[in-house]
Each structure stands twice: as structure tokens, then as C-alpha cells.
Design a protein around this ligand. Structure first.
Ligand code: ADP
Length: 321
């Protein structure tokens, strides 16, 4: 079995200003500025590579400095890049963060919006060579669905991170997912959309396990749901017939204890590490991969930044054994 993860998704150049207060209309402020790579797709591809699996990244990039940055970073992290050249500018995110950690964000999808089902179809052999396909929803749905269809045709495992929370996921895409990995907000958004059930996201973490499992079964009857719970770790719910090497249908995995300084990209770290661990150690129980993903994501919160904060496998092992 190949030890490769193919990630399909977005690349953004993040521009971050830290200010005392968020700017009001018409106001001009000065603040501390920094920039770095981001985009859920690239963050997750970086996590896959640094967690020790071979990583391929399918995306769309502009012919500009942002595109050059993506290419240079892919080389540095040994990420096998398959990019659709776009005439649009490379994706960007403008982020203001105030002193209490609140933020305002504007995303310019740019080239990311050009990722097409046609281009993804040209990557079918690459997808078929993978053990796991991982995608999020910052890219056009037809492209993601084409990737999942190619993976399913080749019996490659599919992991869908249904983020951001406002993404409208067609039932046909959910049907192609072996595993979905929402956070609490994304879980509730998808539950309302697909099962007509309204649940307060703040109540998910403290919900009775059997009740949470029942909700997961309604959302993805055929597959595995992993709900990430921030500092509380994660909850997993398997279909009765597909336990993925686990003894139990549902259980929680507590988070690792760390001193977080920036939880941006924690979900991306979790997803990349989960896919990498599943790919590298396919015969191990799913619970082992979740333990690893929790540790990996926890360590990422001790560093500032998105893709730049992803730890290496050796650092995770040195820290947690
Ligand atoms: P998202 O970043 O998508 O909102 P979560 O906040 O649920 O996702 O975090 C994803 C994962 O990151 C969690 O399941 C956990 O493993 C880890 N994590 C997040 N915050 C913390 C924290 N404060 N301490 C330890 N681990 C954390």
C-alpha cells in the first residue's frame, strides 16, 4: 500500500495586522504586521509532510509572488505540487486581530476559485496512487467532488474536513466521504443542513456520548465522524459495520496538555496528522491515529502562524514519547 496522502485545496498568503482595536469604517490605524503561508489546503498538506507521509498537493496558483512563495515552500517541505496555473492572483487573506484575540478576516479566493473538476480529473492517476485523499471546502465544490469520485473509483480512503462552517455540502459529496472531521460549529451546521436537526455548537462537547453518537450516525450513516472539540480533544463515531480497527463504535480521545499561544490552524494540523498517521500505519487501530492527531495539533498551538506552525514528527515524539 502506498504511503501517500493527496490533499486537494486552497493556498493563501495571509496578511495579518495586530491592532489595539479592530478598525471601524473610515478609520485608519497602524498595527504590527506579519505575513505567512496559509489556506486550509496548504496548511493540511504541510502537516501531512511534516508528520512524515509523502504529501501531494493539488491546487490553483497565480503567476505572481504568492505563487512563487507556494512553490518555494513546497520544495522546502518536500510537498509534491500539482498546480493549475491561473490568471487570477494567488489566494490571499487579510486578517486584523485585536488585543483580546478577536479578528476580522477578508478572504480573496483569487486563483483558488479556478480549481476545476476538469483539472482534478487530470490528476486521477495521482489520486489513485494515494492511500488517503484529504480535502476541505475553500475550493469549488465540483473540484472536490471530482477528487472524491476519483478516489472512490480507486478504493482510496477519503477524508472530508467540512470547513469553513458555512460551506453547503451536497449529499452526493458526503456520500463519497469515508471520514468527516468537523469542529463543533461545522458539525452543527452540517447537522442542520443534512438531518434538519438544530443543535447549539456550545453544547456539543458536554453532550452525552450516546446522544452525540446518534447525531453522528444521522449525519453520516455509512462512515466515521470525528468531531474535534478544541482543548477537549475529539469524539469519534463509527458506523456499526466499519469500526476501522477499533473495539468500540464511539469514544472520546482527550487532548494533549500544552500551553497554547495561537490555535489558528489547529484543525488543519489535526487533519493532516490524522491522514498521515493512517497512511503510514494502515493496520493500526483508528484510535492510535486520533491520539497522534491530538498530540500533533496540540503542539501546533504552541507556535504562532498557520502552515508555519506545523511541527515535525520527531518533535511530536520528543515531546510526548
Ligand atoms: P478548529 O481549529 O478547526 O476550530 P478545534 O478547535 O476543534 O478545531 O481543534 C482541533 C484539534 O486541535 C483538537 O481536536 C485538539 O486535538 C487540538 N487542540 C485545539 N485546541 C487545543 C488546546 N487548547 N489544547 C490542546 N489541544 C488543542
Amino acid at each position: 500500500m502506498s504511503a501517500r496522502v493527496v490533499v486537494v485545496g486552497s493556498f493563501n498568503v495571509d496578511h495579518v495586522w495586530t491592532v489595539a482595536d479592530l478598525p471601524r469604517p473610515g478609520e485608519t490605524l497602524s498595527g504590527h504586521y506579519h505575513t505567512g503561508p496559509g489556506g486550509k489546503g496548504f496548511n493540511q498538506a504541510t502537516a501531512v509532510a511534516r508528520a512524515g507521509a509523502a504529501a501531494s498537493f493539488v491546487c490553483a496558483l497565480g503567476d505572481d509572488l504568492g505563487g512563487q512563495l507556494a512553490r518555494a515552500l513546497a520544495v522546502a517541505d518536500d510537498i509534491d505540487l500539482h498546480d493549475l496555473p491561473s490568471e487570477a492572483p494567488t489566494g490571499t487573506a487579510g486578517i486584523y486581530v485585536d488585543e483580546s484575540g478577536r479578528n476580522s478576516i477578508v478572504i480573496g479566493p483569487g486563483a483558488n476559485a479556478d480549481l476545476s473538476a476538469e483539472f482534478v480529473a487530470t490528476q486521477a492517476d495521482l489520486i489513485a496512487s494515494a492511500n488517503v485523499l484529504l480535502a476541505q471546502l475553500e475550493s469549488p465544490l465540483p473540484a472536490i467532488e471530482a477528487a472524491f469520485a476519483a478516489a472512490r473509483a480507486a478504493s482510496v480512503y477519503t477524508v472530508l474536513n467540512p470547513a469553513p462552517a458555512d460551506a453547503a455540502i451536497p449529499a452526493s459529496l458526503l456520500a463519497l466521504a469515508d471520514v468527516i472531521t468537523p469542529n463543533e460549529t461545522e458539525f452543527c451546521a452540517q447537522l442542520e443542513q443534512h438531518a434538519g436537526e438544530r443543535v447549539d455548537a456550545r453544547s456539543v462537547g458536554s453532550m452525552d456520548d450516546a446522544a452525540l453518537h446518534a447525531l453522528c450516525r444521522r449525519l453520516l450513516p455509512h462512515g466515521t465522524v470525528v468531531v474535534t472539540l478544541g482543548a477537549a480533544g475529539c469524539f469519534v463515531s463509527h458506523a456499526e459495520t466499519v469500526l476501522r480497527g477499533d473495539a468500540r463504535e464511539h469514544y472520546r480521545v482527550p487532548a494533549a496538555r500544552v500551553r497554547p499561544v495561537d490555535t489558528t490552524g489547529a484543525g488543519d494540523a489535526f487533519n493532516g496528522a490524522l491522514a498521515a498517521s493512517w497512511t503510514r500505519r494502515p493496520v493500526q487501530a483508528f484510535a492510535d491515529h486520533l491520539h497522534y492527531a491530538n498530540r500533533y495539533a496540540a503542539l501546533s498551538t504552541e507556535r504562532a502562524g498557520a502552515a508555519a506552525a506545523m511541527p515535525h514528527d520527531a518533535e511530536v515524539r520528543a515531546r510526548f514519547g
